[in-house]
Design a protein around this ligand. Structure first.
Ligand SMILES: C[S@@+](CC[C@H](N)C(=O)[O-])C[C@H]1O[C@@H](n2cnc3c(N)ncnc32)[C@H](O)[C@@H]1O
Length: 281
């Protein structure tokens, strides 16, 4: 069978099984097996698929129809200019989070010590290390050993292992000295605990709960990290958070209560509150 037919049949099958964006999924799977980009598939669709490739498509289809996200089935996903290994050890990096990186980059100064708390795949800190125009110290931390192992694999595959240090740490608990950080960035777990069980099956059953559950109001980690930031940031240091779309007012209030200045709540491309930042004055 030629690839044109493989893709058409796969798309139709996935659609019948209720998989989201079935044609895109079929094309992404085909592109991965053909070691090309989705946009280049036109050059390959007349070729015969061999039995090994067809078997790989069948296995991938079974995973997709069982509800597994396409990113995990593919095993890698793009974030900004990096292609990151992506599997069930960590949250799938989301496009909104790319905007968090832009905001941190805009404020970076030479020599800044930057920590990404809850680094997951390493998406944020690896992008910062790669794209920063100035030298700095880049640290990714996570309480999950699985996530940290994946982040280290991503550092190695993107050639950034020498630029980023990874720490196994619960929150910011292991710093002994005050005023050691210039920037704290985090996309923390921010889903309300009660909502975690009602999330879409592809998230609820496949992504780590540890990456999602932000406590009763989804605000636990902002409260905790802001409290720690008071002690750990140098004067003038900055915090940058990704937030849930309904959390802007509550996160602003937390920042005010802790005495931070220059507080900004900004929107993502969809027009939802998504980014909170503040400065320790
Ligand atoms: C929403 S995910 C974000 C992952 C990644 N930074 C991203 O944006 O794709 C939150 C991350 O926080 C980590 N995490 C959860 N509890 C933590 C804690 N107490 N200390 C440090 N990291 C924690 C999770 O393991 C997960 O990797």
């Amino acid at each position: 069978m030629v690839w044109r037919d493989v893709i058409a049949k796969t798309g139709a099958y996935l659609e019948a099984k209720g998989v989201d964006s079935p044609v895109v999924a079929a094309e992404l799977l085909a592109a991965r097996l053909l070691k090309t980009g989705r946009g280049m598939l036109g050059n390959f669709v007349g070729r015969e698929a061999d039995e090994r490739q067809l078997e790989a498509m069948r296995r991938a289809m079974a995973r997709l129809t069982a509800g597994e996200p396409v990113q995990y089935v593919l095993g890698e996903w793009d974030f900004r200019s990096l292609t990151l290994k992506c599997d069930r050890r960590a949250l799938i990096p989301r496009p909104e989070t790319e905007g968090l990186v832009s905001r941190v980059l805009a404020g970076l100064k030479s020599g800044d010590v930057v920590i990404d708390v809850g680094t997951g795949t390493g998406a944020i800190i690896l992008s910062l290390a790669q794209e920063s125009k100035t030298p700095g110290v880049f640290i990714g931390s996570d309480v999950s050993g699985d996530a940290l192992a994946l982040a280290k694999e991503n550092a190695a595959r993107t050639g950034l292992a020498d630029k980023v240090k990874f720490l196994a740490m619960d929150g910011l608990d292991d710093f002994d000295e005050p005023q050691v950080l210039d920037v704290i960035v985090s996309n923390p777990p921010y889903v309300k605990a009660a909502v975690c069980d009602t999330l879409d099956r592809s998230v609820r059953d496949f992504e780590p709960r540890l990456a999602l559950d932000g406590g009763p109001e989804g605000l636990d980690f902002y409260d905790r990290y802001l409290g720690d930031a008071l002690n750990l940031l140098k004067p003038g240091g900055r915090v940058y958070f990704e937030i849930g779309e309904d959390q802007g007012p509550a996160v602003r209030k937390l920042m005010e209560d802790y005495g931070f200045g220059q507080i900004a709540i900004e929107r993502d491309y969809a027009g939802h509150d998504r980014y909170a930042s503040a400065t320790l004055e």
